[in-house]
Design a protein around this ligand. Structure first.
Ligand SMILES: C[S@@+](CC[C@H](N)C(=O)[O-])C[C@H]1O[C@@H](n2cnc3c(N)ncnc32)[C@H](O)[C@@H]1O
Length: 447
């Protein structure tokens, strides 16, 4: 497939993201499969799609003065202009004229000569005059929001919760491409051997930075390796790997993972238990439950069982005080994973945060009776919002005096993250280690 067609595929993908058909990572995978792209084209497509989404609001700010005279633009024309300007401003290795030429060709093919002239005219004017400076924006919250392409309400909320400097760092880090990391199935293979095998497959890999079982790849796709097919590795972010460690499952225990699909943490828990005991997984979505089973099979873990269940009703399925450990890896707004799923920042609203917090409290309330006395309950999210994190835990502790914060969690976590643990709660922001933003709280049920 020629580079020209890659940009058409990019336009199609971006339009589907705008229509909210699915998250960009899923749409991109579908497109890559449908169009059978070469590795080089996959890289360019990925860069253009993620980059254009990541910088959407900045690109619109830059385009605005050049579109004043244009009549109402069709959505696809705006998206085409965005992805072309993205290449011109942020992709050094692509000559401006090549990016503009391709855009004009697409405009002719998809529209007509008039649209092609508009696209050409706007892009040439930007090359001549340059884009408007961000310094023109007086309000500093607004300026940061436009410069890093986050909704203003979200930046304002983070400034209130974390202060200006942390917010600025977080917004800037969210623009970087995500790291590619994986967890080694240490029940079956050592880290050193995994690294060797992956290097033999042509991958550029090293140990991770935070979690003991983590490796990272600079080049190549870990999901396309023999090591992955053989069940030696699982694609997972390093922050995510800390959750099973925080839970600290032991051999022969009975563990409940109440929001388990696709099983990233359940399989880690099962590995840490050396394939003994029972990891019982629940998830509300049947199609996702199948993924847990597929992953367990690939990793050759036989101590996992998965069922389609609503965690708010688990009391109807399981006896009280039957689990040694329970994980609630709750559905959340996902603001810690913007690097990986950039469309999240435009898709979620403040109202979503409040309704998610209500759901999170409901799930916690429902699973609490199922834990044995002396057992551990871990609550985690891949968001960094107080309302879904510490506020949920504060409310839970208030409503459940039989639980208390578990101070021992700190010792189960890698030394590097220990300074970020307070009162049995770990807060990781994306710029600390370049991993996902995460919240993990451990609670102990009194004996
Ligand atoms: C953060 S994801 C879990 C990720 C998973 N723990 C992993 O590491 O691969 C949250 C999951 O909760 C599920 N979910 C949402 N509401 C639920 C409910 N009421 N009961 C059970 N699962 C639910 C979603 O389908 C989603 O798979």
């Amino acid at each position: 497939m020629k580079a020209k067609n890659v940009r058409e595929v990019a336009l199609e993908t971006l339009l589907a993201v705008e229509e909210k058909e699915a998250y960009s990572n899923l749409l991109l995978n579908n497109m890559i499969e449908t169009h059978r792209l070469s590795e080089r084209d996959v890289r360019l497509l990925t860069e253009i799609v993620y980059g254009t989404i990541q910088r959407r609001d900045t690109l619109d700010y830059y385009l605005a003065p050049f579109l004043k005279k244009a009549r109402k633009l069709e959505r696809w024309v705006r998206v085409l202009l965005r992805l072309t300007l993205y290449q011109v401003l942020y992709l050094d290795r692509i000559p401006d004229r090549a990016a503009i030429f391709e855009a004009v060709e697409i405009a002719k093919k998809r529209g007509h000569q008039g649209i092609a002239s508009l696209v050409n005219g706007v892009m040439r004017a930007i090359l001549r005059q340059g884009v408007p400076p961000l310094e023109n924006i007086e309000d500093e919250v607004e300026r940061l929001a436009v410069a890093t392409s986050h909704p203003r309400w979200l930046v304002k909320r983070w400034v209130e919760q974390y202060g200006w400097m942390e917010t600025k760092r977080m917004c800037e880090t969210n623009l970087l491409p995500p790291k590619q990391t994986a967890r080694v199935n240490t029940a079956r293979i050592t880290i050193a051997e995994t690294l060797d095998r992956l290097r033999q497959e042509g991958m550029e890999v090293s140990r991770g930075e935070v979690a003991a079982e983590a490796i990272q790849a600079k080049k190549g796709n870990l999901a396309n390796t023999e090591a992955f097919r053989r069940g030696w590795i699982t694609i997972q972010d390093e922050s995510s790997m800390l959750v099973a460690r925080a839970l600290g499952p032991k051999e022969h225990e009975r563990v409940l993972d109440s929001c388990a699909a696709p099983g990233g943490k359940s399989t880690h828990i099962a590995e840490l238990m050396n394939n003994t005991g029972q990891v019982i997984c629940a998830d509300i979505h049947e199609h996702k439950v199948n993924l847990i089973e597929e992953n367990a099979k690939r990793l050759q873990l036989t101590n996992i069982s998965a069922r389609t269940l609503d965690s708010r009703r688990l009391g109807e399925v399981f006896e009280r005080e039957t689990f040694d450990k329970i994980l609630v890896d709750a559905p959340c707004s996902g603001f810690g994973v913007i690097r990986r799923k950039p469309d999240i920042k435009y898709a979620k609203t403040e109202a979503d945060i409040s309704s998610l917090a209500a759901l999170q409290r409901e799930i916690l309330d429902a699973v609490a009776p199922l834990l044995k006395k002396g057992g551990t309950l871990v609550y985690s999210t891949c968001t960094i919002d107080h309302e879904e994190n510490e506020a949920v835990i504060a409310q839970f502790l208030n409503d459940h005096p039989e639980f208390s914060p578990d101070e021992t969690m700190q010792q189960r976590l890698p030394e590097k993250v220990q300074p970020y643990v307070r009162n049995g709660q770990l807060h990781l922001l994306p710029h600390y280690f370049g991993s996902d933003g995460f919240f993990i709280a451990s609670l102990r049920k009194k004996v």
